[in-house]
Design a binder for this molecule. Sequence first.
Ligand code: 13P
Length: 249
Amino acid sequence: MRRKIAAGNWKMNGTSAALAELEALAPHLVQDGPDVVICPPAPLLYRAAEMAKASGIHIGAQDCHMQASGAFTGDISAAMVADTGATFVIVGHSERRDAHEETNGDVRQKVKCAWAAGLTAILCIGESGEDRAANNTLDIIGGQLSGSLPDAMTATNTVIAYEPIWAIGTGLVPSLEQIIEVHDFIRARLITRFGHDIGNAIPLLYGGSVKPDNAETIFKAENVDGALVGGASLRASDFAPIIAALAAS
Ligand code: 13P
């Protein structure tokens, strides 16, 4: 049985008041059910991690730097993330690949830093709308996987999130067949490269306009082990039914 994970990426949303959502979410965790990870903005990480100790919610950062320390004004290292009490970090999100021009090589370095700090990396990959229209989806996904995933992956240090860029924040969601095709492809690639035991153990999350009303359908896919949720993770009242749908899947 693979670990199921419901992860929320708050992006650049939320100040102290948003921490109340963590408290509101706590009663919705399911005994022996999915792991719940919330990735708030960096200034909230420490307080979120302190609050989450009692509830069992896991806390993650949304990014870390590709080097361990140094003269990088405004950046945050993986060790700093771990020092807050967070245990996960998102790396390679398309919003960072786009707006900060992060390459696969940069992302690979970030994953290594995350592992060195003892964090679980949530590695994001996904094709653009143009890639999809040109029938290049699997090529792009394969290239991102080989380019941004270092060789030292273990069964427990990595989660992979497939997030088609055209589905993020748009309300557009791939068909279940399209999701199955990409997730099965990722699984097969992982098994080929890392062997059966590790390749089969890595949770694969779908991300992009996951909402309470489409989660049940998305979780029907065998190789979908959870979701990375943006907008619908900001309020416990929206995220709780997604956790429940994953628990029931
Ligand atoms: P939305 O759920 O808002 O589409 O965002 C998805 C995402 O980018 C999560 O990382």
